[in-house]
Each structure stands twice: as structure tokens, then as C-alpha cells.
Design a protein around this ligand. Sequence first.
Ligand SMILES: [Zn+2]
Ligand SMILES: [Zn+2]
Length: 335
Amino acid sequence: MTEIYPLAVPKGRKLKCEVCDAPAERMCAACTVTYYCGIAHQRADWVSIHEKICQLLIPLRTTMPFYNSEEERRHGREQLLQRQKHLIELCYKVAQKYLFEGKHEESVPAALHSLRFRTNVYGLNSVQLVPAYLLLSEASIGLGHVVQAEEYLSQAQWTVLKSTDCNNEIQSLMHRNLGLLYTAKEEYEEARYHLANDVTEIWHTYLDQHVQNQLSARKQPADILAKELENDTGLDEAQEAEAVHILETILEIRENTGKEKPASILFILKTVAILHYLMMNISKAHELAVKAYLLSKELPNKEDVTEALRDLLGLIASKDPVTLKAAKFFAGQGQ
Ligand SMILES: [Zn+2]
Ligand SMILES: [Zn+2]
């Protein structure tokens, strides 16, 4: 970390803290264009994002150089715009990465910067602000600041309402975050509306494909099957984190609304079990698959589902000898 010097604030200039907008008492010695209310916010900002953007802020925050011609001025403005757009993306990605890692506190300063640069470039009413509001709301939910999360979400909703060019992606992100918010508030009815059934469908279709591939590979004669298929979700780390987060939230909602049909609880249980299996969280996968299996046996006309779950339990057991015994037990029950 850069050394920190107390700031001698020039008379008559009100400098504000980068994190909270309170009057500044300190300055970053490395860039000399960033100010803080105190050491706590300076440290928080450094860890989150400032270390990565400290030097990039200098050209943005120093006075524009003198231009010789209109042409040069235009070029200068264009360059400034490109730099800000670069920072919007960089700060957004950093904040998102922290969120995926469950580091909610660390993600806040980066998300705030993304919001700030978006406001500079696009203005206060642009839908471009919405992704940053959504990051901030999710971080707030993670920190247990539900009221703050609601404020960011209503900002996002309001911006979308006023705008005419809001795309589907932003709409579905908004529903996702509203679903998370209502789950945090234990308002499962509302949460259920926002995290609609098709989210589970989409994930199930995608994940089950991998399981079916493994199952058909196992049916090949041993000499054709060179080796057992490796477990792989085909997703990157961030996408896996998102899948776990969303699907486990949906499971929580369905188990808590009280009036959810057992078949739909069964479906999400199975989907989450497959996800954990493919991620090689074997004991978690086993626990969920057993739960789903037992539920399927209580339901009428669910023989095909029971069958599919027995196959899944077999696969899970094949990756872990400890669960093999249990799987044999369930296989025995089916005969
Ligand atoms: Zn501050
Ligand atoms: Zn700095």
C-alpha cells in the first residue's frame, strides 16, 4: 500500500471523500488527485479498486491541457471519453468479481466508481447506470443492508421506467436482483414472482445434458470407452458462482413458500444436485439427490423422475466410494 500523508487542504476548496462524499482530510500520495475523509475509507478504496486505477485517474482529474486547435481539442475530448469508458468497464468487472467471491464489502468502492463514471459519461437518467445500481444492490444485500439495497433497486427501476431503450438483459437482471432482495427479506411470494420458473428450466436443460452424456458413455463397452468422462459444467468460475447463487436461492424460495407443488421442489432439488455433482461437490450433490429421490417416491406418476434420480445417484456414487453403499441401497429398492 502507498504511504499515506495527511492532506493540507487548500483554502477555500472543498474536497470530498472518494467513498462517502464527506469533507476530505487525506490525499492519495501516489496520484495526488484522490481524497478521503480518513484512513478507513482510503484503505477500503485502495483494496477494492484504487490500486488498479490510481494512475489512470491522473489524466482525468487534472486540468485539460491547452489546445492549439479545434481539431486537437476534439481529439482531447474523445480521448478523455475513451478513458472514462475504459474505467467504467474495469471498475464494473472488479466489483463483479468480488461479488462472485462473496466479498461484498470489497466490491462496494469499485461499484461506486463504475456508477460515478457512468453518470459522468451518460448523464443521470441513462439506463447505462442500471448495471451499476444492480451491483450496488447485490453488494448491499450481501452485507445485510436491505434498506440500502431497496434504494438502489428503486433507482434502477425508476431509471428503466423513464427510459425507452431498455433491453431484455437489463430487465432480467433486474428481476434477478429483486428476487434476491425479496429472498433476503423472506418475502418468498414476491421473490418467487421475480425468479420465475423458466430460470430453473434453462439451467436444468443445460446441466442435464452433461449428465446424459456421461450416462450414455457409461453404457459403451469398456474397450470403446477409453476413460470415464471428467466432471465439467462447461462454465467459467463466475458463471458457476452465479448458477449456485441463483439456483440455491430458488430452492430456498420453493422450500419456504409453503404452497409450492412438491413436483416443482423436486425439480429444483434435482437441478441443484446436478450442478453440485458436475462441480465435484459430491457430498452436497448426494444429499440433495437423495432428498429429491425420496420425494419422487411419494409422488404419483413420477417413475421416470425416480429412474433419472437413480441414475444420477449412481453417477455420484461412482465419483466417491463413501456414497457407493447408499447408492446400492437405493438401486436395490427399485427392483
Ligand atoms: Zn469517507
Ligand atoms: Zn491514487
